[in-house]
Design a protein around this ligand. Sequence first.
Ligand SMILES: *Cc1c(COP(=O)(O)O)cnc(C)c1O
Length: 229
Amino acid sequence: MIDVAANLAAARSRVDAACRRVGRDPREVELLPVSKTHGAEAIRAAHAAGYRRFGESKPQEVVAKAAELAGLGLEWVVIGHVQTNKARVVAEIADEFQALDSLKLAEALDRRLVSLGRRLPVLVQVNSSGEATKGGFAPGEVPSAVRVLRAFEGLEVRGLMTLAANTPDHGAVRACFATMTAVQARLRDEHGGGFDALSMGMSGDYELAIEGGSTCVRLGTSIFGARDA
Ligand SMILES: *Cc1c(COP(=O)(O)O)cnc(C)c1O
């Protein structure tokens, strides 16, 4: 049996300890439980432990879970790649979208958001490792993309998100996080601040991510156990 509450408590103390190691205030770092593929019971357990924002990859899965768990006041953070034809669902149901990875998707989302009269907090996904299998804007493309994104009324660009290289080489993982803070610094220079959110770190690398400046760690496996393939 997976003890979700115990896993959350253990992960939270590791988050806090990582913050202290680098002199950061633990309140700067959100632990976002990633509930994709896990059922309503797992989410109820995390909610009972004090969590109400959940990371999900697929818009259709959010629709189903939001219906099943209506009344708990949960917020849904979409963290996975979204096809343009799913923009409407995301515009309707997401409380935050962390995987904005193309201007085409931004345009589709914005159109839906404006017609709903909504403004959606978004993070721009950056391919910090350069791996062809990973989504996101190349680091060098981000400043020009952000200039375009800031003109969209329905989108509120709060910061950046990444998946670091999946490797045991800590140096390579840290380099991904350093790329992110460098991109953030460029954006802050150009726009006079902002872009505070840095969503980076998963079950395998979240302590390194916090040491590298993360403000949101997305934890699936370490909270809810392994996902079925
Ligand atoms: C699934 C997923 C996670 C969680 O990964 P774990 O390794 O299970 O913690 C984090 N971020 C994104 C974008 C994901 O798709």
